[in-house]
Design a protein around this ligand. Structure first.
Ligand SMILES: C[S@@+](CC[C@H](N)C(=O)[O-])C[C@H]1O[C@@H](n2cnc3c(N)ncnc32)[C@H](O)[C@@H]1O
Length: 344
């Protein structure tokens, strides 16, 4: 690595909009080299992109589905002097985006999943049960909001979604309370939903807020976060050069399980089990670089509580051709939002 990007550490100026989590190990595992091309598929406030640009004389394609993040990144595009392309898109399209920027293959892809502080801490984005705002939760401006979803989904589907994506034990009670409340008046704000959930999920002092799991479930569902992740892992497999690196930082077990299972599936050399006959497996497309996930040290967690739940996994692309299956068997079985709305 060479220090090729003086000044990138503080290009945007002012207080940090989002403190990057595990940026140092992520950039180290990307193995940034002069002349390389890297995709930062979750540009956010540009923390990872700055670190990549500073690590070598390389190029970065930054992707974010949030147009506010893209707009706030423009000063960095200027400062990068042709080394940064910033594109508003979903990361499930990251291979298509790279080809659109005239790169047939890239040296690294990094995914820093979830929402940024810029999204979470703004009441008007509707992600937080602690801030009163419209019940929105969309990372991009398109698609249906959490309010649309809460107004339309059946009690059974709601309970299922909140159970699977929020891992909420009281999902049935929450779904029942939502359906009862919406019969009286539409649920339009984050505080209205938080109050409904708190009326049926008890919490003791020191526990997480009773609405935490329900809000997580609705956010993941509205943004199809797990479907996007599975598609992005396959897209990275298609666009990475041999020896190119894929690094993923996840913030909850549903995401981490998908990354871990994808890496296991793509790196296994032998099939079958004690109970099943040996199967012929395709050549591995990845070599796993992190046998155990990298986590934040005590110092990082002390400075940035978001780092507490972060897990980083990395793998290196082999020369084997990308698989044609979309790894969609890694997804929990849930109805798609579009289908639910069609069936209304
Ligand atoms: C945790 S933040 C990334 C922060 C960034 N690494 C930094 O240092 O500032 C995640 C970002 O990814 C974006 N994002 C999440 N899912 C996405 C998707 N499917 N496609 C594109 N961007 C996505 C969010 O809008 C958000 O800005």
């Amino acid at each position: 690595m060479t220090a090729g990007g003086d000044g990138f550490a503080a290009v945007a100026g002012g207080p940090a909009l989002h403190i990057p989590v595990l940026a140092r190990p992520a950039v180290e595992l990307l193995n940034i080299c002069d002349g390389g091309v890297y995709i930062d598929a979750t540009f956010g406030a540009g923390g990872y992109t700055r670190a990549i640009l500073a690590a070598a004389n390389c190029k970065v394609i930054g992707i974010d589905r949030d147009r506010h993040a893209i707009a706030l990144g423009q000063p960095l595009v200027q400062a990068a002097n042709g080394r940064l392309n910033l594109i508003e898109d979903q990361f499930s399209n990251l291979d298509v985006v790279a080809r659109g920027c005239s790169y047939e293959a890239v040296d690294g892809v990094v995914l820093d999943l979830g929402v940024s502080s810029m999204q979470f801490d703004r009441a008007e984005r509707g992600f937080s049960f602690r801030l009163d705002g419209p019940l929105d939760m969309r990372m991009s401006a398109a698609g249906l909001s959490a309010a649309d979803m809460v107004a339309a989904v059946s009690e059974r589907d709601l309970a299922n979604i909140i159970f699977v994506l929020g891992e909420e034990r009281h999902s049935r009670a929450v779904a029942r309370a939502i359906v009862k409340a919406r019969a009286a008046a539409p649920i339009r704000t984050t505080s209205a939903l938080a109050d409904i959930v708190a009326s049926v999920v008890r919490s003791r002092p020191g526990d997480i807020h009773p609405a935490t799991r329900t809000f997580q479930a609705l956010r993941i569902f509205v943004n199809d976060e797990l479907g996007e992740l599975v598609a992005a892992l396959s897209a990275a497999e298609r666009i990475l050069k041999p020896n190119g690196r894929l690094v993923a930082v996840s913030f909850h077990s549903l995401e981490d399980r998908i990354v871990k299972s994808f890496f296991t599936d793509r790196s296994e050399t032998r099939g079958g089990s004690r109970h099943a006959p040996e199967r012929q497996r395709p050549e591995p497309t990845f070599r796993v670089l992190t046998k155990r996930p990298t986590i934040a040290d005590a110092d990082e967690v002390a400075h940035n509580p978001r780092a507490r739940s972060a897990k980083l996994r990395a793998a290196e692309r082999t020369i084997a051709p990308a698989r044609t299956d979309q790894a969609s068997d890694l997804l929990p079985r849930l109805p798609a939002l579009a289908d639910i709305m069609k069936g209304r």
